[in-house]
Design a binder for this molecule. Structure first.
Ligand SMILES: *[C@@H]1O[C@H](CO)[C@@H](O)[C@H](O)[C@H]1NC(C)=O
Ligand SMILES: *[C@@H]1O[C@H](CO)[C@@H](O)[C@H](O)[C@H]1NC(C)=O
Length: 182
């Protein structure tokens, strides 16, 4: 009888310890978003982006947040592509500007598919590949910037915003390599 009591109390004790550990380890949703975004250079944008999925955001883990941010960035790229297509059709543009826009459009299209590849890599739990694809997306944005002269035109401004979004994803993918932080 004594030994039964002892086993029982050990059991209860270990259950309490386990429950305590999981609640301490798994930060999720809003709490995790706040923690992650203090590490992003654009904190407010980061919170806005990561809270934008009404289904996933409230209970998101780190990987979910990475995917939410990548989807937002890929959508942003689609918007940029739409604007680039409109601009290219402007007949008043100088031929070199038109060529620059066309080149930029191609590279943003590349960046967009590299963001999809980043998501695919994360879904397979390959953070290393995710990083490689994201870096390729940054390189594509650089190429776009280099192909349009000046930096206050619509496309250059949009590319700065797009880069910020990719940078948020980059921060989170980096954190995925050290989940013990949370
Ligand atoms: C891209 O995202 C930025 C930052 O959220 C936003 O200001 C901009 O309007 C977006 N652009 C497009 C074309 O969706
Ligand atoms: C992200 O932004 C920070 C601050 O602006 C910058 O130092 C860093 O190089 C950026 N990361 C990438 C991969 O562009």
């Amino acid at each position: 009888m004594e030994s039964m009591k002892r086993i029982f109390s050990v059991l209860v004790l270990s259950m309490i310890v386990m429950a305590h550990q999981t609640s301490a380890e798994e930060s999720k949703g809003k709490d995790l978003i706040n923690k992650v975004c203090t590490m992003s250079p654009s904190r407010d944008l980061c919170i806005q982006v990561l809270s934008s999925d009404p289904m996933k955001s409230p209970n998101a883990n780190l990987k979910d947040l990475a995917i939410i941010s990548l989807r937002v960035a890929a959508n942003n790229a689609s918007g940029i592509l739409t604007d680039a297509k409109k601009l290219i059709n402007d007949e008043n543009l100088a031929p070199d500007v038109q060529q620059g826009l066309a080149d930029c459009k191609e590279t943003i299209l590349d960046a967009q598919s590299q963001l999809d590849d980043t998501i695919a890599a994360l879904l397979q739990d390959s953070q290393a590949n995710a990083k490689v694809w994201l870096k390729a997306a940054f390189a594509a944005i650089d190429t776009c910037d280099a192909s349009i002269p000046g930096d206050d035109d619509v496309l250059s401004v949009e590319s700065v915003a797009f880069r910020k979004l990719c940078n948020i994803s980059f921060t989170i993918v980096g954190l995925l390599a050290k989940p013990q932080l949370f």
